[in-house]
Ligand binder design. Structure first.
Ligand SMILES: NC(=O)C1=CN([C@@H]2O[C@H](COP(=O)(O)OP(=O)(O)OC[C@H]3O[C@@H](n4cnc5c(N)ncnc54)[C@H](O)[C@@H]3O)[C@@H](O)[C@H]2O)C=CC1
Ligand SMILES: CC(C)CC(=O)C(=O)O
Ligand SMILES: [Mg+2]
Length: 365
């Protein structure tokens, strides 16, 4: 049966990086004769410009009817003056909520060829390979009411709300991941200040009894931000609420060399998932061929693995990315130490990844 991937390019460099990932996926589908079609829909600023709202119902319906979703990024200065409800970012929050994508998986794996050139290299006592599991449909970004109040609108309210159920389902996902990895879970919160964090800890401790072989510890978010830099190798799986995970995962990108390297998967309990780079729409480099497409290409590998059960094809992408970096190909955001460093643009980097896949699949007819 034909599978459907809905592509939401969005704004800024979003269309540049989704084009790259679609080219890579298309190459793999043709090579392995997989029957998969792509359908493009609008989200974010592009949807505001065309239809006046950041998340048209048609986009939600198409996503709901598909097997997987690939998203670029939303937002940009053009829409910064829009009121809260018609901002591009509401389109992204809206699709996550509408599809119930509560678990955002953000792995941070340092590629050896990039570590060598990192200013943080001296801190890497152990190989860096951890996953942030970020709660994605609750917390501050979704709390109601979020508004300006008072006669002169001199007060403001944002609400950090969580139910036990919302915490429990994402924490379970994190334990399941830890069980399949190095069996170490760090739950990150701000329990010395926030009631929501105290409930978070209680739920983690309750769920922990179902996973006796996973070592659990609790850590405060501020010191975790520091530990991520001085000793990132200590982490295996980190589970945390929406905003802490948003911030810590951008920080984690420094360890991997660039924000342009971090992929993500937003999952629920069935196979449908949304796959997107961790980065935003990067208005400062849009249209210049400088966007690093690897975060989105690696997100496409997750799409194959988690939503389409194509583990082999996913691994081909990951090995190809590793090989291309090892050969010294890099977009301007990446510092590489190789003597054979070759600066490439977005399209050339994508060409290199496809060639590196072709080398691995030369025997397939
Ligand atoms: N998932 C999403 O759609 C997100 C959207 N945003 C939106 O994006 C817009 C810009 O936000 P910023 O804070 O500038 O964050 P950003 O992630 O777009 O950019 C931060 C910095 O990283 C660089 N960068 C990001 N991705 C890159 C890539 N693939 N290759 C090379 N360099 C890359 C940018 O050039 C910039 O210097 C805002 O409107 C924001 O709301 C921000 C984060 C996530
Ligand atoms: C709209 C924002 C919450 C997007 C973002 O920064 C993210 O998901 O990483
Ligand atoms: Mg973010």
């Amino acid at each position: 049966m034909t599978k459907t991937i809905t592509v939401l390019p969005g704004d800024g460099i979003g269309p540049e990086v989704t084009d790259s990932a679609v080219r890579v996926l298309d190459y793999l589908f043709k090579t392995f004769h997989h029957d998969v079609r792509f359908v493009e829909e609008r989200i974010g600023g592009a949807a505001i410009d065309a239809e006046g709202i950041p998340l048209p119902q048609k986009t939600v319906d198409q996503c709901q009817a598909s097997d997987a979703i690939l998203l670029g990024a939303v937002g940009g200065p053009k829409w910064d003056r829009q009121s809260t409800n018609v901002r591009p970012e509401q389109g992204l929050l809206g699709i996550r909520k509408a599809l119930g994508l509560f678990a955002n998986i953000r792995p941070a794996k340092a590629f050896a060829s990039l570590i060598d050139a990192s200013p943080l290299k001296s801190f890497y006592v152990e190989p860096v390979d951890f996953v942030i599991v970020r709660e994605l449909t609750g917390g501050l970004y979704f709390g109601k009411p979020s508004e300006r109040r008072g006669e002169h609108k001199e007060q403001v309210v944002d609400t950090l709300a969580y139910s036990e159920h919302e915490i429990e389902r994402v924490v379970k996902k994190a334990f399941q991941m830890a069980e399949k990895r190095r069996k170490k879970l760090t739950s990150v919160d701000k329990a010395n200040v926030l009631e929501s964090s105290r409930m978070w800890r209680e739920v983690v401790n309750k769920v922990a009894s179902q996973y006796p072989n996973v070592e659990v510890n609790h850590a405060l978010v501020d010191s975790t931000a520091m530990q991520l830099i001085i000793n990132p190798g200590q982490f295996d799986v980190i589970v945390t609420e929406n905003m802490f995970g948003d911030i810590l995962s951008d920080e984690a990108s420094v360890i991997t060399g660039s924000l342009g390297m971090l992929p993500s998967a937003s999952l629920r309990t069935d196979k449908l998932g949304l796959y997107e780079p961790v980065h935003g729409s990067a208005p400062d480099i849009v249209g210049q061929g400088k966007a690093n497409p690897l975060a989105t290409i690696l997100s496409a590998a997750f799409l194959l693995r988690y939503s389409l059960d194509m583990d082999l094809e996913a691994a081909l992408i990951e090995t190809a990315v590793q090989n291309v970096l090892k050969q010294g190909y890099h977009t301007p955001d990446l510092k590489v130490s190789s003597e054979h460093a070759t600066l490439v643009n977005t399209v050339e980097m994508t060409d290199q990844v496809i060639s590196a896949i072709a080398e691995q699949t030369a025997h397939v007819h």
